[in-house]
Design a protein around this ligand. Structure first.
Ligand code: AHR
Length: 503
């Protein structure tokens, strides 16, 4: 089987916003406690943050981390997490039926972000709270001093404001599972009022309003239209979430889900345009895809805790999906989609970062290791910076329940002008056939393959564990050739690859 691709220097989609490689960390399960924070761990720093986890995060070059939720934020009092630790209250977290000690709050999170070299993206609670708490939190975090909340921050040990630019106006407010769930009109009005107040403090904030929790929500896509009609002039991004699952163990169909993702983005992009036209506005709104990942492996084992049968445990092992090799392909496909839609998707956050549906796993008192999906995320985040190329791809296709024509070869291409490097991310969705893929490089002079990484595995269900941390890991590829302005590479069945070409 063969596929062909044209990459032309002049045919580009957009400069990729680095923040498309962001991540998400929620007070949920062992994401924070035993994830990033474990004071008794041998690698813990003076703040109790795990050094081994920080190292794995640093390698990912994560540009931004969304915090503190998620569903958690909709009943969160941010003030519980400031001041002397011993005075912080333990609260019941209604979203995940657990107890929250508040040992980690915004100060500890901010310090950790500085350690791992990332920016904060904070969410305000628009579930159980509203405008007042949002403006207070903003003042606490961003005001230099001389006011009640900023002086309290200084008293709590942080002199300089953090100057957080990105703020989420609540989380998944369309979902009936959300504390303080609202209909689109109610939420739209509240989000607009909150945004107005936040902008009175600082016009330059980037505000993110809630879109749909997923594409199958009964309120989709009217939710987006109504919410944007209320908020268009006051916000910068609309947030979307999507989780991927292979519930019926049908890999070809599972891997076709990126088609659904593409349709989701297309629909919301069209809704943005519709509201823009209606408002006769010159302004553009973008998509913040601030929760995405594979999530289903842990669903059954979580039931007892989520149904409340285990009481209110602190930091139980919730949403601990153990990812396999086929999830590598899915994550590669999702990231390719974001690169191809970099014209509208300006922020995206893998959900989440540690232990909870995450690329990094930890054992209490033990090791931290990379799950299988760590690698496609790593390659895209580290090497996928630059301008997305408008590739013309011709590949044999197959049918799934999501689309009539799903190409076996999925590819995205990034031109890093500063380094003079082209990076291609390729996935072969074919069960059994290797596909010879030829990419014509038009308008690019020269060409030498400087890196070629391949992920394949004879067992789609293979996983990494504490004892076998490298069962699924990339290997140096061979056989990517450049001749006559074309590079060619063989894509083994069910494989993920990254090829970098110096031009
Ligand atoms: O990431 C896990 C949960 O998924 C988040 O708390 C929520 O926003 C979404 O439903």
């Amino acid at each position: 089987m063969k596929a062909s691709v044209i990459a032309n220097k002049d045919y580009t989609i957009s400069k990729i916003d680095d923040r498309v490689y962001g991540a998400f960390l929620e007070h949920l399960g062992r994401a924070v406690y035993e994830g990033i924070y474990e004071p008794d761990h041998p690698s813990a720093d003076k703040d109790g943050m795990r050094g081994d986890v920080a190292e794995l995060v640093k390698k990912l070059n994560v540009p931004v981390v969304r915090y503190p939720g998620g569903n958690f934020v909709s009943a969160y009092n941010w003030e519980d997490g400031i001041g002397p630790r011993e005075e912080r209250p333990t609260r019941l977290d209604l979203a995940w039926h657990t107890s929250e000690s508040n040992a980690v709050g915004v100060h500890e999170f901010a310090d950790w972000c500085a350690t791992v070299g990332t920016e904060m993206m904070l969410a305000v609670n628009l579930g159980s709270r509203g405008v007042d708490d949002a403006r207070n939190f903003l003042e606490y975090v961003n005001h230099p001093g001389g006011s009640y909340w900023s002086d309290l921050r200084i008293k709590n040990g942080r002199k300089e404001p953090w100057n957080v630019k990105m703020w989420c106006l609540g989380n998944e407010m369309d979902g009936p599972w959300q504390v303080g769930h609202k209909d689109a009109d109610e939420y739209g009005k509240l989000a607009a009022n909150t945004a107005r107040a936040m902008r009175m403090f600082d016009k330059s904030l980037e505000l993110i309003v809630c879109g749909s929790s997923h594409m199958d929500m009964p309120s989709f896509p009217d939710w987006e239209r109504i919410v944007l009609e209320h908020t268009y002039d006051h916000v910068d991004h609309i947030s979307l979430h999507m989780y991927f699952a292979n519930r019926d163990d049908n890999t070809p169909n599972y891997l076709g889900l990126s088609h659904k993702l593409e349709r989701y983005i297309d629909t919301v992009a069209a809704t943005i345009k519709q509201v823009k036209a209606k408002k006769k506005s010159k302004k553009d709104i973008y998509i913040s895809f601030d929760e995405w990942n594979v999530w289903y492996h842990s669903n059954q084992q979580d039931r007892k805790i989520l149904d409340g049968n285990d009481g209110w445990p602190h930091a139980p092992g919730l949403l601990e999906d153990i990812y396999n090799f086929e999830d590598v392909l899915m994550v590669g496909l999702i990231l390719n989609t974001f690169i191809r839609r970099s014209d509208v998707v300006k922020i995206a956050c893998i959900a989440q970062l540690v232990n909870v549906i995450a690329p990094i796993m930890t054992e209490k008192g033990g090791p931290a290791w990379a799950q299988t999906i760590y690698y496609p995320y790593y390659f895209a985040s580290v090497y996928g910076r630059g301008t997305a190329l408008q590739l013309v791809t011709s590949s044999p296709c197959y049918e799934t329940t999501h689309a009539a024509d799903t190409p076996f070869v999925d590819i995205s291409g990034v031109h890093n002008e500063d380094e003079g490097v082209l990076t291609f991310f390729l996935v072969n969705r074919h069960t059994s056939e290797s596909i010879e893929t030829e990419v014509s490089l038009q308008g690019f002079a020269g060409g030498t393959v400087i890196d070629h990484q391949v992920m394949t595995h004879p067992n789609l269900k293979a996983v990494n564990t504490a004892k076998k941390q490298d069962e699924v890991a990339p290997k140096k590829g061979e056989g990517a050739r450049i001749a006559d302005g074309k590079f060619s590479v063989a894509l083994p069945p069910y494989s993920y690859q990254m090829v970098r070409v110096k031009i």
